[in-house]
Design a protein around this ligand. Sequence first.
Ligand code: AHR
Length: 497
Amino acid sequence: MPHLTLTVHACESLGTISPFLHGHFAEHLGRCCYDGLFVGRDSPIPNRDGFRTDVLEALKVMGVPQLRWPGGCFADTYHWRDGIGPVESRPRTWAESCGLNVVENNSLGTHEFIAFCEALGADPYLAGNVGSGSPQEMMDWVHYCNGSVDTTLVRERAANGHPNPMDVKFWGVGNENWGCGGSYDAEGYAREFKRYATFLKQMDSPVQLVACGFNERDWNLKLVETMRNHLDLMDHVSVHQYWTFGPGRGFSEDEYYNAMRAADLVEDVITYTDEVLRFFTAGRKKVGIAFDEWGIWHPEASGGTQYEAPSTLRDAVAGAGVLDVLHRWSDRVSTANIAQIANVLQAPVQTRGAEMWLTPTYHLFALYAPHRGGRAVRAEWEAVPTRAVPAHSQGAASLPAGAVPLVSASASSRDGHLAVSLSNRHLGDAQEVVLSLRGLQTTGGVLRTMSGQADAVNSADAPQMVAVRETRVAAAGGSVALSLPPCSVQTLVLAAG
Ligand code: AHR
């Protein structure tokens, strides 16, 4: 069988892979926060300060560099004061996200969330309320979290158990304000953003403010154009991208391959947002792209299922394509948060009562962990086999007929190690690959692989249906020969020497 060649240039840096590119998102939606993460101190399910111990320990192993909370759409109806103080006195509020109305008991509030981030080693990213809130409310939240002077709010935070500042750097000024966050138009939102950001920056200048962008060029163009003389206020522009191709399981081959193509297409959103930013900032400030919601969204994941769906190996292989794009764009994308961290959408962990299992998407993030904090380096395929895919339309999304690359890869270098991730998207054939190494002397390393049936899932009854296996591989004459199984993701870590 002919082999493919991937040449990795270990000394040609594309930028640093911020660990935040492997961030996650926890929304008060369905069973993500309640049940999935937080069961309360009195639950029979073992917990640490109300957070499930099994989930916490699993997430620590996977690594959660950044966690965005409390929404999503939920953010623009959330009033932070409802979630502080003694739990028994917190109000029961009528909350909404994504068309799901629920009674929110506010038992998971700011202090609980920050304690969870501290236990995980995650950087907290809070999304503020623009749609139904006010600049004053958000300023107070920032000051409550980060203030270090002797004010009533800072005393209140200390009395509630956190004397030291929480040091929350990332703040979203609203969420999807073109839709659920208030149905603004781009110029109207930009004016609102300026108003919020002016006061937030005065209150606590080191905060990093994220303006709400869109996966639509026109919105981003008008937003950034309106902000062009106020760049000091805007640190990041957010974009969200979800895609759907057939059902979560039982999809056709065309739907499988189209899901891979959609993963690669996130590059288009990043590319045009970058063009807009480069044009209007004209080198005056580096404004990052916050890709703060992404993932596959199966049609089963609707209000009726509380946004839950099977999480298959297909989802993880597609996710590998997204992470490869993010690594290549590591110089421009400042953060990225897959949606969502438990049970909802493309979740790494799923729970049922006291049971918990890890999905293929969990293993994907664990496989990609060696890239965090490394320098992305150039990795080029000599010739990429493709498969033709037909046009597809589902819901509002449509794609013309096209071709999808059957392999994807990215590489990074750190502390004398080179990490190379490769996926083989072919459903039936293995791919023989020669990895040609430039700028690295090595005798070999460790290869970790996840492969199987594309629609394989893990569950409480079969938690190891999709798992990772580890082997040692040898390098000779500056190259490594690899055989990538069908429908697989793998990371090879090579030590210099
Ligand atoms: O992640 C689910 C929802 O998707 C979020 O609440 C919203 O921001 C997006 O539309």
